[in-house]
Design a protein around this ligand. Structure first.
Ligand SMILES: [Zn+2]
Length: 243
């Protein structure tokens, strides 16, 4: 009897270890990954968590704000942060110039369940005439796009991307978040291991009950009932399952 019970219970013990470890991993992962991930996904910058450098897009139009000054001379581009008084405030005051506010917005957006799986990058372009506060008209827009497009290309942004941004006013790219995908795979694996080893708990309890019955001990109250059919202490049946 004990010869066959040995390897069997060792297997059950191993299953229990798998159960405990997979459960620990799932809890640890939930606290360290899933919860923080769902907290930060509402914030502006999603990159630091799990995304790392795997989703960096090179040669991508930068998020920025520039002015295109259109006057008697050829239109020119002025950086808002580095431009001087003469560059854009003076032309604006002179009213001889049209100043177009060119903004490129963008924010990575990540989607996933337990952890991020995909990151969508988006760049959107808006051109507004500062004097009127209205979107630039056709002619102004064409001028602004020409000046800004040349500037982007000269700064190393890929020409097809520039064309796409200027043409549609928006570019989009969806990239897999490998860190998140790897984590999701581990979570699924741990969950599968947890489910597969869950039966071992019931097995272990049944085996323990059988051992107690064989030793003449009531499994419910631990009374030494010997070979009786019912436990004189708690009234539980002791012989069922043996027939
Ligand atoms: Zn009993």
């Amino acid at each position: 009897m004990h010869a066959t019970a040995g390897p069997c219970s060792r297997f059950r013990l191993r299953s229990l270890w798998v159960l405990a470890l997979s459960l620990l991993f799932l809890i640890f992962n939930f606290i360290m990954v899933a919860l923080p991930w769902h907290w930060v996904r509402t914030k502006a910058d999603l990159r630091p968590l799990l995304l790392g450098d795997s989703v960096r897009i090179t040669g991508w139009p930068p998020v920025e704000n520039v002015f295109v000054v259109i006057g008697p001379d050829s239109p020119r581009l002025v950086r808002v942060d580095s431009g001087s008084f003469e560059d854009w405030e003076l032309p604006l005051a002179s009213r001889l110039h049209t100043i177009l506010d060119v903004r490129v917005t963008g924010m990575p957006r990540a989607d996933g369940l337990w952890s991020p799986l995909w990151v969508t990058h988006r760049r959107a372009l808006s051109i507004v005439n500062i004097s009127t506060g209205q979107p630039a008209d056709e002619a102004e827009r064409a001028l602004a796009l020409g000046v800004y497009g040349n500037d982007l290309v000269s700064r190393g942004v890929k020409a097809p991307l520039v064309d796409a941004l200027l043409g549609h006013g928006e570019v989009r790219a969806v990239r897999p978040a490998w860190g998140g995908i790897a984590n999701e795979a581990l979570v699924l694996l741990a969950f599968a291991a947890f489910l597969a080893s869950m039966g071992s708990v019931a097995d272990l309890l049944a085996a323990r009950r059988r051992r107690l019955l064989e030793a003449g001990i009531c499994p419910d109250c631990r009374y030494h009932a010997g070979r009786l059919d019912r436990c004189p202490e708690c009234g539980g049946w002791l012989r069922y399952g043996e027939g």
